[in-house]
Ligand binder design. Structure first.
Ligand SMILES: [Zn+2]
Length: 199
């Protein structure tokens, strides 16, 4: 075990494990029905599909989150492992919202938006990179303000308790720069020229 608590674990196999959560099973999409993967039907055009942990889209989200989370919480001790999250924090769940495209737009397929639900502090996260700072906050002990609002002292786009009000594009740029610095420390600076496209 590379890190064993108090708030997270980092295993020798390259998995990050949350030991703290702000998750709640009641924080789920409510606007439309939630379907299981085997309940999809061409007759429906606006619904949330539950994405199980073993689904490749869950894998993709968890490894993309860990790619930028590992440099924050492990620094150079992350080494060269391809990191992933063993699971989302307890109470969190990934959904795929499928919805009709606006009239007149190109293509007949449904619009697809992946959304991570479950946080009590944030309605949902709409990309892996949006969740990275919030995940870091959980792994550092999920500290809150001492006042009555008990706001999370988290630097993600949504919590923003210090009013910095940063755009996700700025946060994402910082996350990529941090990863590049750690890789450079490891003597591996050219290994990460792949990621300018992911928001
Ligand atoms: Zn947050």
């Amino acid at each position: 075990m590379i890190v064993d608590g108090p708030h997270f674990q980092a295993t020798d196999e390259g998995e990050l494990v949350f030991l703290l959560t702000d998750g709640d099973n009641s924080r789920r999409p409510t606007e439309h029905d939630i379907l299981e993967p085997d309940e999809e039907s061409p007759l429906r055009d606006n619904y949330y599909l539950r994405i199980p942990l073993e689904h490749r889209d869950s894998d993709r989200w968890r490894s993309e989150i860990a790619k930028y989370l590992a440099p924050l919480v492990l620094g150079a001790t992350m080494g060269r492992l391809p990191w992933t999250l063993a699971a989302f924090p307890t109470g969190y769940e990934l959904f795929l919202h499928k919805s009709p495209r606006p009239q007149g737009s190109a293509g007949s397929t449904l619009r697809r938006d992946f959304l991570l639900y479950g946080s009590t502090d944030v309605p949902f996260f709409s990309s892996p990179l949006e969740f990275v700072r919030h995940a870091e906050w959980l792994m550092r002990g999920a500290h809150r303000t001492p006042d009555r609002s008990r706001a999370p002292r988290c630097e993600c786009k949504y919590c923003d308790v210090d009013g910095r009000n940063q755009k996700q594009s700025v946060i994402s740029r910082e996350l990529r720069a941090r990863r590049a610095r750690v890789l450079a420390q490891l003597g591996d600076g050219d290994a990460d020229a792949d990621s300018d496209a992911d928001a």
